[in-house]
Structure formats: structure tokens, C-alpha cells
Design a binder for this molecule. Sequence first.
Ligand SMILES: Cc1cc2nc3c(=O)[nH]c(=O)nc-3n(C[C@H](O)[C@H](O)[C@H](O)COP(=O)(O)O)c2cc1C
Length: 428
Amino acid sequence: MADLSINFAGIKSPNPFWLASAPPTNSGYQVQRAFEAGWGGAVWKTLGDPIINVSSRFAAVSFNGQRVAGFNNIELITDRPLEVNLKEIAETKKRFPDRALIASLMVEPKQEKWHEIVKKVEAVGVDGLELNFGCPHGMAERGMGSASGQVPELVEKQTYWAKEAAKTPVIVKLTPNITDITVTAEAAVRGGADAVSMINTINSLAGVDLDSWNTIPHVAGKGAHGGYCGPAVKPIALNMVGECARNPRINVPISGMGGVSDWQNAVEFMLMGATGVQVCTAAMHHGFRIVEDMIEGLSHYLDSKGIQSVMDLVGKSVPKYSDWGNLDLNYKIVARINQDTCINCNKCHIACEDTSHQCIDMLNDPNGKPYLRVREEDCVGCNLCSIVCPVEDAITMVELPHEQPPMTWNDRQSALGLLKQMEVDTVK
Ligand SMILES: Cc1cc2nc3c(=O)[nH]c(=O)nc-3n(C[C@H](O)[C@H](O)[C@H](O)COP(=O)(O)O)c2cc1C
């Protein structure tokens, strides 16, 4: 059996599945039940100065029968007294010494505030700290959360202050509500972060009620932007993890989250550079026991690939992730339709005709039976027909032999540059 344990910036965990700082990690009762179910670690719901939460906080975006394709919330950090949380953290760590227990922290951007809270939570035996620079609502208006996390200087400074007092590893949790997450990730590293985690939630409004014209959710008829998470945000999170993983200046482990719902998602995040994953929405939707399938699925996957340790997955796809300018312009794929499985629904024809390159012909065989065929010479290999096709494998995208040697746009530009230079030299 493959070894599922991870070492995340010095924090050991029996498996890479952690619960993210959120409602599932609000209390000792919950985190202990999660550990009983098998979660390898948990980041406690963010601790900080007392706040008051609003009633009516969550909304989901259902899409095509999927109940929680996206999840939106206007909840703030913990609303329980710090002392109560600290007592329960100590009890939980004592009962589950082998699990990773991380305290998420958010305080005002003041040195003494960071020192004070870091010392208090480390005294109860946490394995690490996660600085929450990500919450996009409520706390941001008070200069914390994403308001801090959007300013690289504040990320760097606060990380530095936390590190001044910390004895355990400091993970900096980043907001996706920024143009380029590598800028704040680099700032965290400059501040001394031992690791970064991403993503927190994305600014969002789940919807508007067509009868009352209230926002969804609303609080007594008024709404405010919330934070979006769940399966819908996974592509955004995966890109941010990949961008950080391939940046040589962000040379610290990454904890990946945002839409992780099953073991396959976890593998994707790890291949893209995450050393482990955190989960919130999927646990809120389906309960703690989803971790059983995650552990089993991951074990089978590693065994089937002959991989001995889950740590061997980390970053394996990163060298394959680059800028557009490094892609081979002479690589070509075309669509091929399997006449045995095609049901002639014509969805591919319509998609290609209306919105792509008009290269799927509707023909009739000698017996008058209709069929669809791709004119390969006109196909640009966009994948749209295979995306809209409702039948698994009825359309496959086939690689054609290279007609010309591989050449990227960057190669082309440097070749052009050389030519220009030669012209200048010749004129001289
Ligand atoms: C209701 C709710 C409350 C959350 N509260 C916190 C929080 O207190 N601290 C924090 O760092 N992140 C908080 N998050 C963000 C999650 O930790 C996580 O970053 C985000 O939900 C993405 O993961 P997911 O797609 O698995 O849900 C919260 C998320 C939700 C849905």
C-alpha cells in the first residue's frame, strides 16, 4: 500500500486531506468527529477579535441538476470566545496527536496584535499557523482579510510579525481577489512564510430573486458581496496553485484548495504543485465521511501507478505548465467521429457550423443513412465538437504527425529578432 502521509513544511499528517478553516472546523466537537472519520488535518475556523455574524449567510448556485456547483457565503471568522476555542484546540490535539492541527488567525495589521495571538495559540499545542489574508467580506471593511491580502507590503509585514513570534510553521493563506496571486505569494515568502495556501473565496453575488428583487442571500432585504467557493472555482484555484508552483521565487510548499471534492481533484492539485489539499464546501455538502472515499481512491490510484508515496506526486505536472508563448504552433489535432457510437444528434455539427470552423459535414451513405464527417483539412482542433457531444468517446481528438518541426511563438519572435539584427548588421 502506498504511503499517504505528507510532510507539509515540517507539519506531519497521515494523509493529504485537511479540512479548511470554515464552518466544518468551528469547534472541538466537529474537528474531533472529522478526525474520527479519517481527515489527516484541520485548519481551525479563523480566530481573532470577537465579531457578530449575520443571520442568513449562505447561498448555492445550482447548475444543471448539480445542487451545489458553487457556494457563496457572507460569514465572518469565529464568533466564539478565543478562550473556548483554545481550550477545545488543546483537547483535540491531545486526543489526536498524529493529526495536523493548524490555527487560522486574523488580527489587525499591528505587530503587537500578531505577537499576542501567535503566542496564545501556540501555547495550546497547535502544529502550525495559517494567516488569513483572504476573507473578502466583513473583515475586509475593517482592514483585515482580503484588504490586507491585496497589498503585498501588508502581506510581507504581517507575515514577518507573525514569524517574529512563531515557533511553529507559518502558512500564509492568500486571496484570489487580486490580479496576480504570485505577487502576494512572493510578498509572503519575503516576509518569511514557511508555506502558502490558496485560495480563499472569490468576491461574488449568488443571484437576485426575480419576485422580491432581493439579493441572494439577503439580510432583511439588503445584500453584500460574499465569497465564492465549491466545484465552480476549482479551475481558478488550480491555475493559481500552478502559477505559484512554477514561480522560482515562491519556493515554499503550497496547500491547495478551492473546489476539491474528491480524490481525483486532490491528485490534480498535487500534480500542479500542492503538497496537500484543504476541503470546505464538499464536506459541507456531503459530510465528513467523504474522506473515506478520498483515502481509498487515492491509495488505489497510487498503487495502480506503482507510486510508493503520495509526496512523489507533488509538482509532477508543473514543468508541463508554461506561458502560451512556449506552446508548439506546429502541433495539430483533428476531430474524428466514431460512426459506430455516434447517434447523429447533430450537436457537433451545429456547434461547429454556428460557432467554430464549419468543418463537420452532414452526409448520406449510399443507402441514404445520414452520417457526420469531419473535413480534417479545415479542422483547427478546437475540441468544441467533442465537448458538446453527449456520447462518451463518439468524437476523439486525434494527433496528426508533425508536418513541420516544433516551433513556438517565442522561438519565432527570437528568430525574427535575429533576422532583423542580421539585416541591421548587413546594412552597417
Ligand atoms: C461558510 C464559509 C466560511 C468560511 N470561513 C473561513 C474562515 O473563517 N477562514 C478562512 O480562512 N477561510 C474561510 N472560508 C474559506 C475556506 O476555508 C476555503 O478557502 C474556500 O471555501 C475554498 O475551498 P472550498 O472550495 O473547498 O470550499 C470559508 C468558507 C465558507 C464556505
